[in-house]
Design a binder for this molecule. Sequence first.
Ligand SMILES: [Mg+2]
Length: 373
Amino acid sequence: MADMKITAIETYPVRIALKPDYQMITSLGVHDVSNYLLVRVLTDNGFEGVGEATVSEKWSGETVVGAKWLIENVLAPQVVGCDPSDIEEVDRRMDAVCRHNWFAKSSIEMACWDLQGKSVGKPVYELLGGACRSLSIRCRYSMGAYTPERARERAVQLVEQGFETIKVKVGTQPEIDLRRVRAVREAIGRDRHLMIDANCGWDVETAIRCINDLEDCNLWLVEQPTPDGDYEGLARVRRETRPPVMADDICFDMAHLVNLIRHESCDLISLYPGKNGGIRKAKAMAEFAARHGVACSIGSNLEYDIATAAMCHMVVATSNMKIEEYPGDILGPSYHVSSVVTNPIAIEGPVTTITNAPGLGVEVDWDRVARLA
Ligand SMILES: [Mg+2]
């Protein structure tokens, strides 16, 4: 391949409502509109790469306005002139001028993978070492912290749609959390998997009490019960309760991952490109976890089509993303009222499927994006 240089990075904010049935409620509050910053990376040979910063001020601390400013003023000046096929150099340049801001950096990084794939005519999963599983990924459903009655009704619908694993958000008021989880267990029967995600919303004592109180519900997995930064507290929950513990909102980068392993805090880790600063970094973290005997799966910030594609390619090419045993949620586009791509990712019930098209395999309708901006 002839050399290729990044010539410009354009940014486009979009704001897309969730479908009413898909409204998300967590310990952090209500999420009924998603804010995304879409990026378009242009090169001197005419290829264009697409990326997405799935920002959420409550979850990651990043915002559309902040990500846009950072990309335009700090990150783009570093990577313009860079070869987008040299992902390590792109990362090195971004990390040299900016800490954290994982989702903003990942938007540029995934666009570079998209460019590299388009320029050599290969899907991103091939560039990552090849597919180690099917291009069709079976997902769990992530349900908001609804009233017990609403949760019960929604769970019945999800079973009808074919979901075998249901995640219920908790971390609000413990007594309502317990009633919600019991209502869902009753609705889905004994044979489907039921897991909970507190998004850091419980303290250690509350987590241990609630998880043990729910023993009759046969919880299959408990995700991020306790606050960010408390590796020992998470380890204590793991020791003093039965279900496997998954770390999520505590693990953005390699330093966090090392702490989780050092403290034996968890059985599983949720990883994904946006949260972990890019596809390359997320894959490297999954491989590091594998060397320490910790399995990984994939979580979500309700990504739109572009970042959803990035998640799928990373999962397909990374053996330690153990989605067969521990399904993740890669369903973000299906939560939203509309799309900005001309070839949306196929999502049918619990199954998300990517193609072998070059790059990330999604084509953005930039006219539509401009109208939404
Ligand atoms: Mg989570």
